[in-house]
Design a protein around this ligand. Structure first.
Ligand code: AMP
Length: 126
């Protein structure tokens, strides 16, 4: 079920629980601003999720409310994870789904990093 990105943040979501250590994850990176872990259902050879430590429902919420320092820290963390995974030279793709049309299922902002193989068309053909 897609989430409603206009609803207030609810810290019972699964990614908040992962960051609190209540649910296991395969952690790949952590800094002051962000936490990254492997997607449980990978859609590519590399499929890593990067989430901000702050409480934001979606990219919309984050871009509207987060302080500049937090936005900069998160964006740099996404880049750091991609570099650490060796994805820069072969290339990679970032994705942040928002709401129903985006197919967002977890109500804590997450950026998908896809790589490790040619990724095909930008969106599914209808
Ligand atoms: P989205 O559709 O953009 O909200 O993506 C949610 C992603 O979270 C999907 O790719 C799921 O496979 C992934 N996911 C859901 N639960 C977990 C979990 N416990 N650990 C890692 N990834 C998860």
């Amino acid at each position: 079920m897609p989430i409603d990105p206009t609803q207030p943040y609810d810290d019972s979501n699964i990614f908040a629980r992962i960051m609190r250590g209540e649910i296991p994850s395969t952690k790949v990176y952590e800094d002051e601003w962000a936490f990254a872990f492997e997607d449980i259902n990978p859609q590519a050879a590399v499929h890593t999720l990067v989430v901000p430590k702050g409480s934001y429902v979606s990219w919309d919420d984050f871009s509207a409310r987060a302080p500049d320092e937090e936005i900069a820290g998160f964006v740099r963390a996404v880049g750091a994870v991609a570099r650490a995974k060796g994805l820069v030279e072969p290339g990679y793709r970032l994705l942040a789904n928002v709401g129903a049309h985006g197919g967002q299922e977890v109500a804590h902002l997450h950026v998908h990093i896809f790589g490790g193989q040619p990724l095909g068309p930008m969106i599914a053909r209808r």
